[in-house]
Design a protein around this ligand. Structure first.
Ligand code: HEC
Ligand code: HEC
Ligand code: HEC
Ligand code: HEC
Ligand code: HEC
Length: 291
């Protein structure tokens, strides 16, 4: 590439949250070089009959945790491993499908899951471009389960993406046993009890939606959001039937957005009583892991 630049120090122009930030944050770098359409053909750029063709070149994104306070960095807990994802996401055929490398958002965000979860956090939905219908959570734990559970879910996963493009993932067929949580997860990160650090997934931000004539108003206060409690949010990414949802609410004490910010209003899930380690419906046992 001809354009090179070096960044040694970046000063954050925005003050940390009021009250003072505690613990750690994540900073990431994303982006991609673009092959120009005119001028000489640069090394690595595609060509058509000798003339340069525009192309976005995916470059592995970078992300790292840092400490706000100068105390030791608290790394985010590791739940899944990109190496597991890449066993399928390698641009080759698995089952009936060519599984693309994990290069998303116009080759801007590539093969770094710590970068993905900066945005694909518990509070994020597809509200930015959604003009109608209920918001869909894009919390990583829920979205990634839902994407791969095509053929198992009762309802299609439909996310409104960049500039209103509709992404329907109901065609996806997992080219392995979907119940094998360890295809993606590390250790027992899939089992219950869920980490106390896991937050419920927002399904309503209280923002108004975009219309043809008016832009939406974005409500940025997470305290008034409607959420699904954390374990129910994870499990129901795959188990999405209304029958199982009723089970999670009645037997498990889960909430599906009927209470705002139900984490702070004291909703406690009881899933671990029956689906916890050694219990009758142990998550490991029911998914036949380790057999
Ligand atoms: C056993 C194989 C397999 C594993 C393991 C796997 N995936 Fe996938 N994934 C697929 C298939 C198949 C698709 C659908 C591809 C298609 O139809 O284009 C897919 C689709 C996706 C998509 C949507 C892609 C797009 O371009 O819209 C994302 C995002 C994704 N996977 C993320 C992940 C992450 C993150 C992991 C690891 C935590 C992972 N996958 C592990 C097989 C797998
Ligand atoms: C800077 C924020 C940001 C980062 C980083 C990010 N995403 Fe997204 N992503 C979004 C938003 C916001 C949406 C919802 C659609 C929209 O508003 O564009 C989305 C939507 C998606 C979708 C739904 C289909 C689509 O393309 O809209 C997939 C799949 C996805 N992201 C995967 C990933 C993966 C995998 C990574 C990491 C490699 C990642 N994203 C990193 C913000 C981000
Ligand atoms: C295709 C990959 C994939 C498969 C298969 C998968 N998961 Fe996940 N799971 C994820 C991703 C991605 C996350 C979010 C990771 C993150 O936030 O860093 C997640 C998060 C979770 C969490 C929340 C953990 C936490 O600490 O926040 C639970 C619980 C969970 N999964 C349960 C399961 C169970 C049970 C199975 C098997 C029946 C399963 N998962 C199969 C990709 C997968
Ligand atoms: C990645 C998708 C996925 C996730 C996430 C997931 N499951 Fe499953 N689950 C499955 C599949 C697939 C089966 C096997 C269904 C079958 O064989 O018909 C299954 C079976 C079960 C069964 C046995 C029920 C039956 O009909 O055989 C129970 C109980 C169960 N899951 C509970 C959970 C709990 C609790 C969680 C969350 C901690 C969870 N699952 C998360 C995919 C998932
Ligand atoms: C009092 C015990 C108990 C509690 C508490 C409980 N479950 Fe269950 N759950 C069960 C039993 C029993 C089954 C049926 C297992 C089967 O069919 O093999 C089940 C089935 C499930 C299934 C699979 C349903 C299917 O057929 O696809 C999911 C998913 C599930 N539970 C999630 C949860 C979640 C999430 C919570 C907490 C919010 C929870 N459960 C709380 C006992 C419990």
């Amino acid at each position: 590439m001809t354009n090179r630049f070096t960044v040694s120090t970046v000063v954050n122009p925005i003050a940390f949250p009021p009250g003072g930030a505690v613990s750690s944050g994540i900073v990431g770098i994303e982006g991609r070089p673009v092959c120009p359409l005119t001028g000489p053909l640069l090394p690595g750029c595609p060509s058509t009959n000798g003339a340069a063709t525009a192309a976005n070149i995916p470059v592995t994104s970078a992300a790292r945790s840092f400490s706000f306070t100068g105390a030791a960095v608290a790394d985010r807990r590791k739940i899944v491993d990109i190496a597991n994802c890449k066993k399928c996401h390698d641009g080759a055929k698995h089952g009936d499908t060519v599984v693309p490398r994990l290069s998303l958002h116009g080759a801007n965000r590539n093969e770094n899951l710590l970068l993905c979860v900066i945005c694909h956090n518990a509070n994020q939905t597809d509200i930015p471009f959604r003009a109608s219908g209920p918001e869909v959570s894009i919390d990583f734990k829920r979205m990634i389960h839902s994407i791969h559970a095509g053929g198992f879910r009762k309802t299609p996963l439909q996310i409104v993406g960049f500039q209103g493009t509709l992404f329907d993932f109901s065609h996806v067929r997992f080219p392995a046993k979907l119940r094998n949580c360890t295809a993606c997860h590390v250790g027992a990160s899939y089992a219950l009890p869920i980490s106390p650090k896991a937050l419920g997934s927002t399904i309503d931000t209280r923002s108004t939606q975009a219309t043809a004539t008016a832009l939406r108003t974005v409500d940025v206060d997470p305290a008034n959001d409607s959420k699904i409690t954390p374990a129910a949010a994870s499990c129901s990414g795959c188990h999405d039937s209304s029958e199982v949802q009723r089970h999670m609410v009645r037997t498990g004490g889960a909430s599906f957005g009927t209470q705002q910010q139900n984490i702070v209003s004291g909703v406690t899930e009881r899933c671990v009583n029956c689906h916890g380690p050694g219990k009758k419906e142990d998550v490991r046992k029911v998914h036949e892991i380790g057999r």
